[in-house]
Design a protein around this ligand. Sequence first.
Ligand SMILES: [Zn+2]
Length: 96
Amino acid sequence: MAAITIYTCVCGVQKKTSNHWVLAKVTSHGVTFMPWDAELARSRDITILCGEGCAASMLSRSLGDWKKPAVGVTNVGSVTDISAVISAEEYELAVA
Ligand SMILES: [Zn+2]
């Protein structure tokens, strides 16, 4: 059977063989851009982009989102140093 998958960019352009398409994945931690992969492109959480133009506009949109104040974050600038919590004995076991 010959299954034909039609890939469509967020801008509505459909993929043809000669296009330089890329993929993007948006998570709560940021945006990741990656080279075209036909299998990966089928994933639900992957955004299909027809090229640099659409990738750039997506990045721009994400940067705009990041400027919005984060809700519920009150602990800014306080990172606990976990290594200080580990006792000397545990440390020796860890490096042995
Ligand atoms: Zn596009």
